[in-house]
Design a protein around this ligand. Structure first.
Ligand SMILES: [Zn+2]
Length: 476
């Protein structure tokens, strides 16, 4: 029997606020343990939480960008459980009345657009962090993270493979970064993913028993953890066994999921409305104002890049994958660069140089003016496209302008026919056999001769002139 997977993802995204969700402690990453805490976030009795308005706006923005309905009335709930990293004994979350519901985002699967439903987007506070194994017989707890604002973005079980799950995560991350509500840094844990996975015989309507895989913190692990879990469940069913509903932990070093605990149900948490916080009433007018602050979103930008700049899909896809990259490109076009040519330089040489140093486009040392000026020098024949590659790399590495580099390195294109004639004569003298073959009809050898002349002139000869002159010399 053939099986197919049914996957739903729960993504926790840390919001980019300066302060925590219910107190004014800093959310800065990487500080000394327990230096960013106060009576509210360490759960002292008698304190009252106050909602961070920016966090609420961020959640609404996210809901709007993911086509959700924004609830006019929502509220917080207490999720009760005991764990040392949760000093209050409960987490403030949202339960039956989340801030956003019933949305979707679009991903591309085999060239087709597929909608993945968003069940809900809700706000909650993060817990602290337990640290084990640094000292024998001791464990530590760091509460800097306690009370950091999170959004939980829950998808419908619309995902059918690990590849789709990765596409979904990437799209989600792109949207969050466009909105500026989350930095999307998976290594630092600002974007984490739990996956609900089940398998069923292909064609069956009823879903199989699912497991929840926790602790997936990179795109690569999304793929690996899901593939592993799908294989594991399929094998259990093929062997006539049953899937147990449980929570499993992804172990990235061993490349497998492991049973962690039996699956808890909602009633295990004894949710009840948080009495210390007032319900949230989001008026239409206010939601409308927030909507006006949304940036152009990646899908719309991509379509515009295709129609406005006549870019092929793959160029538009890559350029709009990050807003700063799209901005960099558009600025260069505004300064007079030909869109397609700018796109090729950005996507090719610029991305390569940035990747070599693990730099983002925001850290790009090259200015758009410098690229555009260099493109003009190619256009007016001062340098060849080939030489431009060297010039571009020098510009990137030294910060010098193209003109300066060309002058310093003597890279000006040779258009002087006398000098090119000399090189051609030398090449012809050196390769009598090839000349013979060309003259007896093997015209494709022209490429060989051009290559030899370019080599001799260290790539500086104007290829168009070389071509013309060569044809003249080689024919009778
Ligand atoms: Zn605090």
């Amino acid at each position: 029997m053939k099986y197919e997977a049914v996957i739903g993802l729960e993504v926790h995204a840390q919001m980019l606020t300066e302060t925590k969700i219910f107190c004014s402690c800093s959310t800065k990453f990487g500080s000394e343990p327990n230096t960013q805490t106060c009576p509210v976030c360490i759960g002292m009795p008698g304190v009252l939480p106050v909602l961070n308005q920016k966090a609420l706006k961020f959640a609404i923005k996210t809901g709007l960008a993911m086509n959700c309905k924004i609830s006019p009335y929502s509220r917080f709930a207490r999720k009760n459980y005991f764990y040392p990293d949760l000093p209050k004994g409960y987490q403030i979350s949202q339960y039956e009345l989340p801030i956003c519901e019933h949305g979707y985002i679009e991903i591309v699967v085999d060239g087709e657009i597929k909608k993945i439903g968003i069940t809900r987007v809700h706000m909650e506070e993060d817990a602290g962090k337990n640290i084990h194994g640094e000292e024998e017989n001791h464990s530590f707890v760091d509460l800097n993270r306690a009370g950091v604002p999170l959004m939980e973005i829950v998808s419908e079980p619309d995902i059918r493979s690990s590849g789709e799950a990765v596409e979904y995560m990437k799209k989600l991350r792109t949207i969050l970064r466009y909105l500026g509500v989350c930095d999307g840094n998976m290594e630092q844990g600002s974007l984490r993913c739990d996956a609900n996975v089940s398998v069923m015989p292909i064609g069956q309507k009823e879903y199989g028993t699912r497991t929840e895989v926790k602790n997936i913190n990179s795109f690569r692990f999304v793929e690996k953890a899901l593939d592993y879990e799908i294989r594991r469940q399929t094998k259990v069913l093929e062997d006539g066994g049953k899937i147990i509903q449980e929570t499993r932990l992804w172990d990235s070093t061993r490349g497998m999921t492991e049973s962690m605990r039996g699956k808890e149900e909602a009633h295990d948490y004894r949710y009840f409305p948080e009495p210390d916080l007032v319900p949230i009433i989001a008026e239409q007018k206010w939601i409308g104002e927030i909507k006006k602050t949304l940036p152009e979103l990646p899908d719309i930008k991509r379509e515009r890049f295709v129609s406005e700049y006549a870019l092929p899909e793959h160029n538009a896809d890559l350029l709009t994958s990050e807003k700063p990259l799209a901005d960099w490109f558009e600025e260069a076009v505004k300064l007079g660069g030909q869109p397609k040519i700018v796109a090729n330089w950005v996507q090719g040489d610029l991305m390569r140089l940035l990747n070599e140093e693990s730099k983002s486009i925001e850290e790009c040392p090259l200015k758009q003016e410098q690229l555009v000026d260099m493109l003009k020098l190619i256009e007016n024949g001062t340098i060849s496209g080939k030489i431009a590659k060297t010039v571009f790399e020098e510009m990137y590495k030294t910060g010098k302008d193209a003109k300066v580099i060309i002058e310093e390195k003597g890279l000006v294109q040779i258009s002087d026919t006398g000098e090119i004639d000399k090189a051609i004569a030398e090449v012809i003298a050196k390769h009598p056999k090839e000349v013979e073959r060309f003259r007896s009809g093997e015209e494709k050898l022209i490429g060989f001769f051009v290559g030899q002349v370019m080599k001799l002139t260290k790539g500086k000869a104007n290829p168009q002139i070389v071509n013309e002159l060569l044809k003249k010399k080689l024919s009778f």
